[in-house]
Design a protein. Structure first.
Length: 88
């Protein structure tokens, strides 16, 4: 994985989030990295609820994750809605 500040992470989302840092400066405090970290925490509850077959919890977790994803996308300068034509 990639080390961003003090955290071991992987994936293009964190690369995008941390790309807003000034060269040589840690990216942990960036709003984009904070939004990414908040969003990343929302995925496990979806998986957990799905594994248990709990559709009510899975839907609630998806709603939470969807909001976090929209906030992250907006923070990195992308359309917040997945219904935007850019994503088609």
């Amino acid at each position: 994985g990639l080390r961003v500040g003090t955290k071991e992470v992987s994936g293009c989302g964190i690369l995008l989030a941390s790309s807003f840092a000034k060269p040589g400066k840690p990216s942990d405090g960036l709003p984009s990295v904070k939004k990414y970290n908040a969003m990343a925490k929302t995925f496990d509850p979806i998986k957990s609820a799905g594994t248990k077959g709990d559709t009510k919890k899975a839907k609630a977790a998806w709603t939470n994750a969807s909001g976090a994803l929209s906030e992250f996308l907006e923070e990195v300068g992308l359309p917040a809605s997945l219904k935007d034509p850019l994503y088609n």
